[in-house]
Design a protein around this ligand. Structure first.
Ligand code: ADP
Length: 504
């Protein structure tokens, strides 16, 4: 190694060679400075790389090196001051995560790096300081990773607190609750400073739900690892809260479960709303069932008497009365259809239809329904399809669907002359279409008309009697058969309602 001019190193050549052989390829930075101006005597490879791989002649002043590569003059001053202090006091300087700036020539990302370093004085045997020995290593990545972890934790805490979500960790090896946030404690009626153990957790759960929770924890550990429960918590004798908890089991490298971690949320309000809604729906359904059932008896009575009257009047051939009685009969038919619709609807709740499936001739059922409706309709009802097509389905329910769709076709095509009922069987399904030449369904309403209580037709809505439940009921029945129900445009001349039934 060349020495700087005019200054002979206080270290012998042998000593310098020894240092060089020891530290040249070391994974830590090593640098030796000498004299009060801190002239560079030696810098190992990794140190030189820090300075863009440049080789400075021995004897270059530290300040010159610093000036070339540090961000600012202040940084140069501060760093030189540190060197001066060690040199003058003989006391080592230890820098932990010591922040250092670099120009972009050296570090082109943020320009900041962090080091753990030590700067020690080199002394003669008589104790006189003649140089500095600096060694260190970079900890930037390590520090950033730690900061990122802390940020992530902070972000998570803010998110959890903001959403009033509690967090807990169950240690499965010790069978103890290791960690619970204040929200989690609050969900069980505990204050933030109170101890909250696994025993407290179980005691807070409603006695009727404890077994269910234990079973679920066990199942999640031995099963998929997923934990998903809803249970009641007794914060006091009178106050019951509903808690929803989700979690995940963690397994070690030997697949042994060691932790179950999760969140808690208070869902009391939505549970109460759900219950109120369930109750309201039940009251409505019960009422509908009773009302529609009760209405059917007097309607049947009126119908029988009206028919009798019509028959008697036909004998007397009284035109005026005949017209009146025909109107009464039409009204009765409408009333009867409405109550039948109501009754069907009240019996059919989503997914609760009990099907009695059997094989039957489709054409026969269609003809039966068409004949009944033919007598009350002005329309010509045409049936098209192969006579021997059989389906495997609930005949009564499919009959309801057919009646609903044909009824609608009649109702929504007052000015048309005919309605076609067409059925075709393909490889895997049978499709039944009811084709009318009436008012049609607006493209915007094609999805909505299948919702319950939806009546379409815009301004014309009140022109046609109905509760908006026929298509909904029909769709439920068809879905229960794993089929489909849909509507299409009949080339701008009305609509085509079709439903499919899978072949057996
Ligand atoms: P409702 O006929 O009692 O109103 P539905 O559930 O049977 O109830 O039908 C819902 C809506 O779908 C009707 O209000 C009507 O707007 C529309 N609709 C049903 N069938 C037809 C049809 N064949 N032609 C035109 N519109 C129809």
């Amino acid at each position: 190694m060349k020495l700087y001019q005019g200054h002979k190193s206080r270290l012998s050549k042998n000593m310098l060679d020894l240092i060089k052989s020891m530290f040249e390829d070391a994974p830590v930075y090593v640098c030796i400075l000498e004299g009060p101006e801190h002239r560079l005597q030696y810098a190992n490879k990794i140190f030189r790389q820090l300075y863009g791989g440049r080789i400075f002649p021995a004897g270059t002043r530290a300040q010159e090196v610093l000036r070339l590569f540090r961000g600012s003059e202040k940084e140069v001053r501060d760093r030189t001051a540190v060197l001066d202090k060690v040199y003058n006091t003989g006391e080592a300087f230890i820098g932990n995560e010591f922040k250092t700036s670099f120009t972009s020539e050296v570090k082109n990302d943020s320009g900041e790096a962090y080091f753990n370093l030590i700067c020690q004085p080199l002394e003669t045997t008589s104790g006189e300081v003649y140089g500095l020995f600096i060694t260190g290593y970079e900890v930037t990545e390590h520090l950033k990773a730690r900061q990122e972890k802390a940020y992530s934790k902070k972000r998570l805490t803010i998110a959890l607190e903001g959403a009033d979500v509690g967090f807990w960790e169950l240690n499965l090896k010790e069978n103890s609750l290791d960690y619970t946030t204040k929200q989690c404690k609050a969900h069980f009626g505990f204050s933030p400073d109170e101890e909250f153990s696994l025993k407290d957790f179980y005691m807070a759960i409603h006695p009727e739900d404890r077994g269910y929770i234990k079973k679920n924890i066990r199942n999640s550990i031995i099963g998929s690892g997923e934990y998903k429960v809803e249970y009641r918590v007794l914060r006091s004798r009178t106050s019951v809260h509903w808690i929803m908890s989700r979690g995940q089991c963690l397994y070690d490298e030997n697949d042994r479960p060691y932790r179950l971690i999760g969140i808690t949320m208070d869902i009391t309000k939505s549970k109460e709303a759900e219950k109120k809604l369930e109750k309201a729906v039940k009251i409505r359904d019960d009422f509908l069932a009773i009302a529609s059932h009760e209405l059917q008896t007097p309607i049947a009575g009126i119908r029988a008497h009206a028919e009798l009257l019509q028959w008697q009047l036909e004998e007397t051939d009284n035109e005026g009365y005949m017209e009146q009685i025909a109107k009464i009969n039409k009204g009765i038919s409408q009333l009867s259809e409405l109550t039948r619709n109501l009754l069907d609807f009240s019996r059919i709740k989503e997914g609760e239809v009990q099907l009695q499936k059997d094989e039957f001739l489709l054409g026969q059922l269609i003809n039966e329904k068409v004949e009944t409706l033919d007598s009350v309709s002005q329309h010509e009802l045409q049936v098209e399809g192969e006579k021997n097509v059989k389906v495997f389905a609930d005949k009564i329910r499919i009959g309801q669907v057919l009646t609903n769709l044909i009824d609608n076709a009649i109702k929504y095509s007052p000015a048309a002359g005919k309605i076609i009922v067409r059925y075709t069987r393909t490889k895997d399904r049978t499709v039944i279409s009811i084709i009318d030449f009436g008012i049609g369904v607006h493209a915007k309403e094609r999805e909505k008309i299948f919702e319950r209580f939806y009546k379409g037709g815009g301004r014309l809505k009140d022109t046609y009697p109905g509760f908006g439940i026929g298509l909904y009921t029909s769709l439920q029945i068809v879905k229960q058969h794993d089929g489909d129900l849909w509507v299409e445009d009949n080339s701008g001349e009305g609509s085509v309602f079709s439903f499919s039934l899978p072949n057996k």
